[in-house]
Ligand binder design. Structure first.
Ligand SMILES: *Cc1c(COP(=O)(O)O)cnc(C)c1O
Length: 420
């Protein structure tokens, strides 16, 4: 009889992407890291590039480096990200944070949709996205209403209710393509088509999709999108975000934060703002060059592995985890808080448990497993197919079993930490 562990080793031995794990820093070989959906691992190439960026590009070349590659980094890295997103090279650019990019694109969209007052989102969206939209409604003071459509089970996107809410007064719909708690994955093409049929624009937040699930912005005819680079793209903590504007919309939308980097010729230093053509117009101030440059090696690794192969592995690993959950964890009170259907799921699995917080503490402090925790009771297991192994997945399930069966969680109190 083969044991679970032998089965996991066999799955790793047959994994065509297994070689990519060695391309990342793995300082603690025994650590089971399942938080790549919050902060991806450090690629070795990024560590080397960080040294070159500081010692040579900054240290030696000084200001000359702006003309030796820094100035065009936003569109160069954006153009590579576009390949992961099914978009054209000139439709994606890197700037600011995801939250700020949402602000810029949502204000631009609402101004373009003058006369329409309703903004729709769902209650599975990332809170910062909802806060930004609330702030915009207040700032524009133009009678907009933000409506948050409720998911019935807190797991699946409220697609039917959302489509039923569409009418000729809806200006903009803002959704997370992969939702951050349950991992529910919207059908981008179908939902975008329905939104367009009502004459509204759609803005997709791709933070949990990029690098983990295939995204086809052009094929879906998506209008606008934003997303993070520090999760599955492995760009580094606080790395700048990207924004996408479909090519035909670019001349019609105006960046509400009109800074000199989006000016037609920033080095003319004229006092009259004239928008740069194309997507550079959506830049605002000087980019964080070091962080921005360090995104590129992570994108290169994903392109080398290919999104189709990454998606195939992500599905194999999440199906494997769900099978282990059914066999080992469901009898111990763990609940599946992610969709059961692979095509409705991104790359993380949430398991709820009445003692979720304390179990999570035991996993981190005693059992060498690093997932993350999302209130009220979700233990979120992020599968980053470019470096997660089947052995990682099995070991995490085994330690979750021990945490409950051996009552290891009972050592911890219910006191919550600031960053979870
Ligand atoms: C992580 C995440 C963000 C983060 O936004 P920041 O501006 O980088 O803090 C935004 N939206 C979603 C859906 C996310 O998952």
């Amino acid at each position: 009889m083969t044991t679970h562990l032998e089965q996991a080793y066999a799955l790793d031995a047959a994994d065509p992407l297994a070689r990519f794990r060695a391309r990342f820093v793995n300082a603690e070989p025994d650590l089971i890291y399942l938080d790549g959906n919050s902060l991806g691992r450090l690629p070795h190439d990024s560590a080397m590039l960080a040294h070159d960026l500081t010692a040579r590009q900054w240290g030696e070349r000084l200001i000359r480096s702006w003309n030796e590659g820094w100035f065009t980094l936003p569109e160069r890295v954006g153009g590579k990200l576009a390949q992961l997103l099914g978009a054209q090279t000139d439709e994606v650019i890197v700037a600011d944070s995801t939250s700020v990019n949402l602000f810029k694109l949502a204000v631009a969209a609402l101004r373009h949709q003058r006369g329409r007052t309703r903004i729709l989102t769902d209650d599975l969206n990332f809170p910062s996205d909802v806060y930004i939209l609330q702030g915009i409604v207040e700032m524009l003071d133009a009678g907009h209403r933000l409506e948050i459509i409720r998911s019935e089970d807190g797991v699946h996107g409220p697609v039917e209710a959302l489509l039923a809410a569409l009418d000729e007064d809806v200006a903009l719909v803002v959704l997370s393509h992969t939702v951050f708690k349950s991992g529910y994955l919207y059908d981008m093409a179908a939902v975008t088509a329905a939104i367009h049929a009502a004459g509204a624009l759609v803005l997709w937040d791709l933070s949990h999709s990029v690098g983990s699930a295939p995204v086809e912005l052009n094929a879906a005819d998506a209008d606008l999108a934003i997303g993070c680079t520090y999760k599955y793209v492995n760009g580094g903590p606080g790395a700048p975000a990207f924004l996408y504007v479909r090519r035909d919309l670019q001349p019609l939308l105006r960046n509400p934060i009109s800074g000199w980097m989006g000016q037609h010729n920033p080095f003319d230093f004229t006092l009259e703002y004239a928008a740069e053509l194309g997507l550079r117009h959506f830049l605002t101030g000087t980019p964080a060059v070091l962080s921005l440059a360090l995104i590129e090696p992570g994108v290169d690794l994903l392109l080398e592995a290919s999104m189709n192969a990454l998606r195939a592995k992500s599905i194999r690993q999440s199906e494997y985890l769900i099978a282990l959950w059914e066999e080992m964890l469901a009898p111990l009170g763990y609940m599946l808080k992610s969709p059961r259907q692979a095509e409705q799921r991104g790359s993380h699995i949430s398991l709820g448990h009445a003692e979720g917080w304390r179990i999570n503490q035991a996993l981190i402090r005693d059992l060498n497993v690093l997932p993350d925790f999302r209130a009220p009771d979700n233990i979120r297991l992020g599968i980053a197919p470019i470096y997660t192994t089947f052995t990682d997945v099995y070991t995490a399930a085994e330690q979750m079993r021990r945490a409950v069966e051996e009552r290891i969680y009972a050592r911890y109190s219910d006191q919550r930490a600031a960053v979870t």
